[in-house]
Design a protein around this ligand. Structure first.
Ligand SMILES: [Fe+2]
Length: 302
């Protein structure tokens, strides 16, 4: 009966504050694992050395395995130079990168383990998120090489931000499954994607809910800046180049079939953003094929 009620519930802008309150409530959001908190604290305070960080990471076998896996993926500059130890990964990548990789890994596993709406596909979420993470990172390197773009965010931070960019949708599927189903049906009826369907229901972006989670977890502010800025990067107050990379990566993912939806979503690409990134339009099919291959390999190995 409860599900029947949820299916019939009609959502509108007047429900947004209630939704926000649910995200803000202590029992609403899942907690980050203790090891995640300790890594972030250790790096934020700047009081721990590489040896302390290594100890924290090694205490969590899943985190250790995932950091090595991400650090060695070819999109992370792996390939010929393999990193076989956590110490090596910390020395090679740096603390900010380790924190970013750890955050992306934790959020992915959080989504995989959460109880969500049956219509939410954790594997599609993972594929979309990783695709956008890998491609955002690649595009930032293109922007830097071809356009001299500068960003205060490093390559691994932009990767993690790409992985997190749709966190709001995953949290809605977990905290409010009936709403997720409503948004999914609306997106299907409009042949659009879930972010657009959420916005047209509430008049607010779903990212504003994800930001509540990021602040609760005390994650670096750059993730908040990405979530709030990537959908309209040309009007962002700062980091326009990096935000253009995440925006373009997201739209290219949707156009390549890496979306949450069973139906094809086609998004028109903004030429100003493509030109700002410095991506040669003729190279797009090859870049997508490469990103797709890395994503499939990465997700299959998880
Ligand atoms: Fe997305």
């Amino acid at each position: 009966m409860a599900n029947y009620h949820l299916l019939l519930h009609s959502w509108g802008p007047e429900d947004f504050e209630k939704l926000k309150a649910k995200f803000e409530a202590a029992e609403g959001l899942p907690d980050l694992p203790a090891a995640a908190m300790r890594v972030c604290e250790a790096i934020d305070k700047g009081t721990s050395g590489a040896a302390d960080l290594e100890r924290i990471v090694l205490a969590d076998p899943a985190l250790t395995a995932n950091i090595l896996r991400v650090a060695n993926s070819s999109f992370h500059g792996g390939g010929s130079k393999q990193t076989t130890t956590v110490k090596g990964a910390i020395m090679t990548l740096g603390e900010k990168s380790i924190r970013s990789i750890a955050v992306s890994v934790w959020v992915q596993s959080l989504v995989q383990q959460s109880q969500t709406s049956p219509s939410f596909s954790a594997s599609r979420f993972s594929e979309h998120s990783m695709f956008v993470g890998f491609l955002s990172k690649y595009l930032l390197s293109v922007a830097s090489k071809n356009r001299g773009a500068k960003s205060a965010w490093n390559a691994d931070e932009i990767f993690a931000a790409g992985v997190l960019h749709d966190l709001g949708i995953a949290l809605v599927a977990s905290l409010e499954p009936g709403l997720y189903d409503h948004i999914l049906r609306k997106a299907q009826a409009d042949s659009t994607d879930l972010n657009v369907a959420f916005h047209s229901t509430f008049g607010k972006p779903v990212q504003s809910l994800a930001v509540i989670a990021l602040e609760r977890w005390k994650l670096p502010k750059m993730f908040v800046d990405v979530l709030l800025g990537y959908s309209d990067p040309l009007n962002a107050a700062s980091e326009v180049d990096a935000l253009c990379c995440v925006n373009l990566a997201d739209n290219l993912a949707l156009n390549s079939g890496y979306s949450f939806c069973d139906w094809p979503v086609k998004v028109s690409l903004n030429e100003e953003i493509i030109s700002r990134v410095g991506l040669d339009p003729e190279s797009i099919p090859e870049v997508l094929e490469l990103t797709s291959r890395h994503t499939r390999e990465f997700v299959a190995a998880a």
